[in-house]
Structures are given as C-alpha cells and as structure tokens.
Design a protein around this ligand. Structure first.
Ligand code: PHE
Length: 463
C-alpha cells in the first residue's frame, strides 16, 4: 500500500462504519423474503443461533486478520501465509458479483422513493379484496420493462461510483449517524401499525413461532443453507470487507464487544423488517406468501402504506432511508474493489473507479433485464438476479469462509487471533471462538457447500 492507512476515530467510528456496511438491502429486502420462503419462525430461530455463534466467530477472525496485518484482503492473506494469497482474490471476486445485482435492487428502491415523493404510486380501491394485487401489478409492470429499471440501476450505481470517486464517505458517515436511529424507529413504528391490521397476527405467528412439524431433513438443510448465506451477506462476511475495516481499526478498541454490537444491530434491523413485511402480506390477503421472491418488500409495504394515515409521507421517508442504507453498503462494496485495483495495478483512483463501474454496469444488465426480455427462468428455473445471488451466497462465500476457517484454525492457529483480541482486554468467548473456527464451522460449511452444489445442478433448488 502506498497511501498511509487512515484509522477510525475510535470505537464508535468503527462500529458505525461497519454497521453502515452491514445494514442494507440484505436486512430490509432480502431477509424478509427468505424468512417468508423458508418457514418463518424456523428460519428466524436458525438465523439467530448462527449469528451469535458462527457469525460472531467469523467476524472476530476477519477483523483481527485485518488489524493484525494492517492490509486489505489480498495482502493480508498473503502475509499470514503465502499459499493463501489466492483467498484474497477469491474474496475480492465476491463483491464484484454482488455489487451489480445489489445496485439493480438499489435502483428499484430509488424508483419507489421517487414515485412516492412525486405521488405516482397507485391507490387501492375498496372493491379489491386481494389488496396486494394492484401493487404487485405496479411492481411487475416496472421490473418487466426494459428501459426504466436500467435507468434506475444506472442512477443508483452512478451515485455510488461518484461518492467512491470523490471520497465523500465522511459526509455519508454523518448522514448514517442520523439515518440509522431513524430507520430503527420507523421500522418499529411500521411493524406495530401492521400488527394491528386484520389478519396480521396470523403472519406474526408464522414469523415468530418455529414449526418443525412438517420439516423434512431436506427442507431443514435448505433452511440452514439459506440462513447461512443470508448471514454472510447481511454481516458483510466472507468477502474481505471486514478485513479491510479491521485494518483501519485501532489496537485499543475492544474487538469482541464491537462485534457483539454490530451483530445485534444488524440482526435487530432484519428482525423488525421481517415483522413489517410478513404480517403485511397476511393483512393484504396473503397473496405472495406462497411464492415469496425478490419483489416481496415492494408489494407488501406499499399496500400497508396505502392504508396508513399519512401513508404517502411515511412511504417517502421509508424508501429514502432504505435508499441511504443501501447506499452505505454499496459504497463499501465498491470501495473494496476499487482499492484492490488501485493497490494491485497501481492505478489512479479515477481510472480504477471508472473500470469497476464499467464492469459492474455490464454485469448488472442481465439482472436488470432478467425479469423482462432476458427472462431465462424457463431454461434454468431462476432469473439472472437469482443466479448471481446463488453463486455468490451459496457457493463462493461458503468456500471463502471455509478457507478462512482452515487458515485460522490450522495454519496460523486460533491463538494468533486470540492474542490480537486480547490486546484490548479479555476475550470472554474464547472457547466458543476456538470450537467454532476449528471444528463446527468447517464441518458445517462443507456440508453446506456440497448440498448447494448438488442442489444447483438439480431442479429442486429455486430461490
Ligand atoms: N451487508 C449488506 C446488506 O445487508 C450487503 C453487503 C454485502 C454490503 C457485502 C457489503 C458487502 O445489505
């Protein structure tokens, strides 16, 4: 690295930046539709267990790898063990796969924000019984179109690239300090409102109470695979982002307590997003719960806002906050890739930004067009967007996580990480960390990897 590394001002700065990266569309858009799809309460329970064990161990490991080496992923893995340099490249590939389709959804959010702000969202007529149908038509007409989703996708990714280019993250950090609490407050408020609607309690039951009775070993495994993929995605793990952030972290910040805070914050927002969206579908007549997909949030919530007093304003504020949350995440995704290009190819920041933007626009087009003219569902049973999502979350991330566990558990040994944590105090969950990294996580990841690969090549796996 040529430039000297800046560091966060203190513990709060680090937590906010890491939380800004972690909290995003993963929590508000992806979590609710996966929870709806994989059995509600069962998914929620499995997710929480994984988050406090597996997510905790992996996040501690990644942050410490970054802080110990003071390098971003490619250099960091290589410094720990020459043979593992490739892991840095693998980790760097993952954001390149995620950012394009992330920005497609970011574009949808931007479009919804503008539609609310300019009063261009349809309104329900009392005569319709399935209240969500009018909103699902609105959503489908939009995503199946050609030009409009591309335009919004370009706007979203363009804004991301501009911010990364000009480096105004400082301003963004300030915005997110205000935005995060408002987002939490608004989500809780909307969730409470939704719960008072007719039929919503059925949805809350489905979401909160695990029901293992009609689970087969096969569906249970699929649920664990999905929850694990979601965990990586939501906590920005297994792709080098936390390593980069760790490299900026000061030595006297307590890693363990910082990780606990990020983990609870991230899981908390996802939890309330689920509590808004899932009961809302039940309240709106249930359509959508049978086959939940990426459009779930864009159908369920407008239908709720429509029935709320002041719903248009709430809708506007809500989509603005989601837009900002998505932006802080997309910035962290792009920043990682841009800085790798800069370091590796000794490129200027502007050049590296332009190249990354070009690659992401090309890779994003199939995801954007995949609901309309490039619909490939009849060939492979899923859209391009689902395909990118599947490849990154269920295949590449488990591979990166597995290799990280092997590196930490058996090559540099857990003690190297424990010593790093203990630079700033006692490591309270040391035993949990060692057992997870050495034994449970690798076995788990291996099972997950094998089953995702098998399922990808059989017809039964559709997202
Ligand atoms: N964690 C972010 C979210 O939940 C997405 C993300 C993934 C951001 C990977 C950065 C890196 O939306």
């Amino acid at each position: 690295m040529e430039k000297t590394r800046s560091s966060f001002s203190g513990k709060l700065g680090f937590i906010l930046a890491a939380a800004g990266s972690a909290v995003g569309l993963g929590n508000i858009w992806r979590f609710p539709y996966l929870a709806a799809k994989y059995g509600g309460g069962t998914f929620l329970l499995i997710y929480i267990i994984l988050s406090v064990t597996f997510g905790f161990a992996l996040m501690v490991a990644e942050i410490c790898i970054g802080r110990k080496t003071g390098l971003s992923p490619i250099g960091a893995f290589g410094k720990l063990n020459k043979k593992f340099s490739f892991l840095g490249y693998l980790a760097a590939l993952i954001p390149v796969m995620i950012l394009p389709y992330y920005s497609v959804i970011g574009g949808w959010v931007t479009k919804y924000f503008f539609s609310y702000a300019t009063n261009n969202i349809p309104t329900n007529s009392a005569a319709v019984t399935d209240k969500s149908s009018i909103f699902s038509d609105f959503f489908n007409n939009f995503v199946c179109d050609t030009g409009s989703p591309i335009l919004w996708f370009l706007i979203f990714i363009g804004v991301t690239a501009l911010i990364v280019w000009f480096g105004v993250e400082k301003g963004i950090e300030k915005v997110s300090k205000i935005m995060m609490p408002v987002l939490v407050f608004l989500s809780i408020g909307i969730a409470i409102y939704v719960l008072f609607q007719d039929g919503a309690l059925e949805g809350a039951k489905y979401y909160l109470i695990p029901d293992f009775s009609n689970m087969t070993p096969q569906t249970l495994l699929m649920t664990v695979v999905a929850a694990m993929g979601q965990l990586f995605y939501s906590m920005s793990l297994a792709m080098g982002i936390m390593i980069t952030y760790g490299s900026y972290m000061k030595k006297d910040v307590n890693v363990e307590s910082a990780v606990h805070k990020i983990e609870w914050f991230d899981t908390g927002i996802a939890f309330f997003a689920g509590l808004m969206v899932i009961p809302a579908i039940f309240a709106a007549g249930g359509s959508g719960i049978e086959k939940p997909g990426p459009g779930l949030m864009f159908v369920a919530l407008p239908s709720v806002f429509d029935s709320m007093p002041g719903g248009k304003i709430i809708g506007t504020v809500f989509f603005l906050l989601v837009f900002l949350a998505a932006l802080t995440s997309s910035i962290s995704l792009m920043e990682t890739v841009v800085s790798i290009f800069q370091d590796k190819f000794k490129m200027r920041r502007g050049t590296s930004c332009a190249i990354v933007l070009g690659i992401c626009v090309l890779l994003g087009l199939p995801s954007s067009l995949g609901f309309g003219i490039w619909d490939i569902t009849s060939y492979i049973g899923m859209t391009f967007l689902d395909l990118f999502d599947l490849l990154s979350n269920y295949i590449l991330m488990p591979i990166a996580a597995l290799l990280t566990c092997i590196l930490v558990g058996y090559i540099i040994k857990p003690k190297a990480i424990i010593d790093e944590v203990e630079l700033s105090g006692k490591f309270k969950h040391k035993k949990l960390f060692v057992v997870m990294i050495k034994y449970i996580a690798p076995v788990f990841l291996l099972i997950i990897l094998v089953s995702s690969v098998l399922d990808t090549f059989s017809d039964s796996f559709t997202i």
